[in-house]
Design a protein around this ligand. Structure first.
Ligand code: SAM
Ligand code: SF4
Length: 406
């Protein structure tokens, strides 16, 4: 089962936000995340908040689009009643789970509820994640017709034994087909890869990155495999059935991906993300830049002006709250100025734009000189007012960033 929610204050049943969220709201972008908590099967490594049919405890996938649309309407009223200005959504992102396990008409209905409630800015980025098994040509056309602009496929690897260790069900030969269908439909394409799977060699990883590049995606994410407690993968590693991922090999894999992607014209813009041209994910950048977003759905997290909250996790608990006309919020926390500053440093250190030197304390600023001397920060960027981590800095991001927070 997925991991637990953080501890904090209970969220109010009416969902209303404190007056502090209004400060500076007009200058912040607004985005919408829709969590779709369903998967056909659970992959052995994944602890996302997602449920197979036998785990739904009476909740029905077919009811979900209507429930999410109800939360969108509630969100609109809460934001208005809390005094926030009308803002159109700059980005919308459907993630999961597997959003594309629902009929395309359900995704279209949820998107149309969002457009009816807030509208979207011209050129808004509207993405859905998709499992390569769960879409075909007509499905992708319907998404485009509904207003989606981009699809992110969970490719993970091109090597059959790696996909098998990850318990992925798709045939690697399906990737070129779904990418072609998405392009034909006029959708931008992103591919997700995972590196460091037990049994995966550097040569296997090279094969996967080269196959991904050969599809000419606009955008690519490469995630180091995280062994999450409570997953089947964690049990297999503990019992010795699978080997523990090797940190040094993962670091070599990261560098190889960065070299291959740079040679193919992709530029990294966040620890795990590369893009070509103007295709960086604006939705994810908004998270890293601390903008506002409303997360719809079970377990979804939201952030508005320093207030963060999260919904009840299980789809049946979510369905009950929505049916009762109540906010599905489970807990929330209001961040004080120092916590916001520290989080701002942690998040901006992940991205190419870097950490504005002005947000560092005097000792944090002093630490920058040491980081430049150690080759962990780009000297030119530091001179221009931002601390940008170098390649080694990205791999060591947490330790390096702690020095900035001294
Ligand atoms: C919600 S899934 C993408 C859509 C669809 N569910 C799929 O898997 O094809 C988001 C991405 O998270 C990544 N992910 C999930 N669990 C992970 C883990 N334990 N370590 C690293 N990456 C993980 C995978 O790359 C996956 O594509
Ligand atoms: S299909 Fe995606 S969300 Fe579902 S279990 Fe696998 S990685 Fe997790």
């Amino acid at each position: 089962m997925p991991s637990a929610l953080p501890l904090a204050d209970p969220a109010p049943r009416d969902g209303l936000l404190p007056a502090s969220v209004v400060d500076g709201a007009a200058e912040r972008d607004f985005g919408v995340y829709v969590h779709v908590p369903f998967c056909r099967v659970r992959c052995g490594y994944c602890d996302f908040n997602t449920y197979t049919s036998d785990e739904l405890r009476g909740a029905r996938r077919s009811d979900y689009a209507g429930q999410a649309a109800t939360e969108v309407a509630l969100a609109g009223s809460v934001l208005r009643a809390s005094g926030l200005p009308e803002r159109r959504a700059s980005t919308v992102f459907f993630g999961g789970g597997t959003p594309t396990l629902l009929p395309a008409a359900d995704l279209a209905a949820m998107l149309s509820a969002i457009i009816d409630e807030w509208g979207v800015v011209p050129g808004a980025e509207i993405t859905t994640e998709a499992n390569p098994d769960s879409v075909d040509r007509d499905y992708l056309r319907s998404l485009r017709d509904a207003g989606f602009t981009r699809v992110s496929f969970g490719m993970q690897s091109a090597v059959p034994h790696v996909l098998a260790a990850l318990e992925r069900t798709h045939d690697p030969a399906r990737i070129p087909r779904v990418v072609e269908w998405a392009r034909e439909a006029g959708l931008g394409v992103s591919l997700d890869l995972i590196y460091g799977t037990p049994g995966e060699s550097l040569a296997d990883w090279r094969t996967s990155v080269e196959h991904a590049i050969a599809q000419h995606p606009d955008h690519l994410s490469a995630y180091a495999l995280i062994v999450e407690d409570g997953t089947k993968l964690a049990r297999q590693i503990r019992s010795g059935e699978l080997a523990t991922p090797d940190d040094d090999l993962q670091a070599d894999m990261y560098e190889l991906a960065d070299d291959l992607l740079a040679a193919a014209g992709y530029e990294w813009y966040e620890v795990s993300n590369w893009s070509r041209g103007e295709t960086a994910s604006r939705h994810n950048l908004a998270y890293w830049r601390g903008q506002d977003w409303w997360g719809v759905g079970p377990g979804a997290h939201s952030h508005v002006g320093g207030v963060r909250w999260w919904n009840v996790k299980h789809p049946s608990a979510y369905a009950e709250r929505i049916a009762a006309g109540e906010s599905p919020g489970a807990g929330r926390e209001t961040l004080d100025a120092e916590t916001r500053r520290v989080e701002g440093v942690l998040l901006s250190a992940r991205i190419r734009d870097g950490v504005p030197i002005g947000v560092l304390t005097a000792s944090g600023r002093q630490a920058v000189a040491g980081l430049i001397a150690d080759g962990l920060v780009e000297p030119a960027a530091a001179i221009h007012g931002t601390v940008v981590l170098t390649l080694r800095g990205r791999l060591l991001a947490d330790g390096v960033v702690r020095r900035l927070l001294d």
